[in-house]
Ligand binder design. Sequence first.
Ligand SMILES: *Cc1c(COP(=O)(O)O)cnc(C)c1O
Length: 422
Amino acid sequence: MTDDQLLARAVAHIPGGVNSPVRAFNSVGGSPFFVASGSGAEIVDSEGNRYLDYVQSWGASILGHANPAIVDAVQRAAADGTSFGAPTAREVELAEAICARVSSVEKVRLVSSGTEAAMTAIRLARGATGRPAIIKFAGCYHGHLDSMLVAAGSGVATLGIPGSAGVTPGAVADTVVVPYNDIPALDAAFMAHDVAAVIVEPIAANMGVVLPEVGFLDYLRARTTGAGALLIFDEVITGFRLGVGGAQVRFGITPDLSIFGKVVGGGLPLAAVGGSAAVMDHLAPLGPVYQAGTLSGNPLATAAGLAALAQLDQSAYDILEARAGRFCAGLVSVFAEAGLDAQVIHAGTLAGWFFSPTPVTNYEAAQQADHDRYARFFHGMLDRGVFFAPSGYETTFVSLAHRDADIDRTLDLAREVAVELA
Ligand SMILES: *Cc1c(COP(=O)(O)O)cnc(C)c1O
């Protein structure tokens, strides 16, 4: 079965042929390949073509594909039953593992997707404070819950739709959107609204990678505390990726609530919302804020998450950070040698770039970058067997399975493509 044959069958019965929109390649053109298997840094499509993979399930596969310890843990767990709807020991172990790593998290609730975690955190913030308004930043993505589909990044940015059809004005009436890194606009939002919480990606990674300016996150912490509002860190990408304790430990900031996804599930559907016991105890069954899930704390997903976290110690992050640094430093010279205006962002273990002559500090600037050039770069690399995100509004994920030789090969190929683009 070729990729084109699979796509023809897919579009007949799946809208757009995909189960998540960015997979459709709309922003870069062309049609997607279908993955048959993956191992380490590499994936193989249905026609047997091999790609060096920098998408890595959008960061979920930090250890690379088919990590042996995760595969083994999932196989063993599956043999004992895949779901019970009753408590299991591994849920306790994973909750302990998360709390041990992230000091702001005293209690945690496991869910099945980052979207659910964001939804729960927002309901919890409103329930705990008794206030309505949530401040979010333009270009930050918090999943596809209605109230956060305003000026969202990721697929919403890729598709160029302002929010989404089907979201009523009522659903977003209590969402206040402020530009990332814009303190005066944040102050104005606090003056005008009864704020329950500010939700932020501590490093924005769904409008491309955009760093918080020095002092921005500290200001968020001080301003929310001063107003009696909660600070929610969306660490769905940064959690267990930027380091053992995620972005909050790296930046030395203690949020009231944190949400995690991607890495924490080891490549299976699992996410989490956590925070101080005082806030978390507002959740049912202890408190009045309702939240539930048939598959929450799923036996396979908790087994995978535990197997992933067990391999992610400080030395793993040091290796990953060095590899991301090697990639970014190489890319800076590749683009400079070709005479292409580019901003390469090395954020610890995260990497990204914009084809832009000036630094990108917010969503507006991210939209002004040259996304046509990104599309041509993407296809040049794909033709050479390297798979980057099929959109310039995403992040490049180096995994622990990428060797220095893989990075160097990528850079050699990028040099060829950059020369073609110049
Ligand atoms: C991926 C992502 C989400 C949503 O997670 P899903 O599991 O796709 O629902 C939320 N926030 C951030 C920062 C993300 O990158």
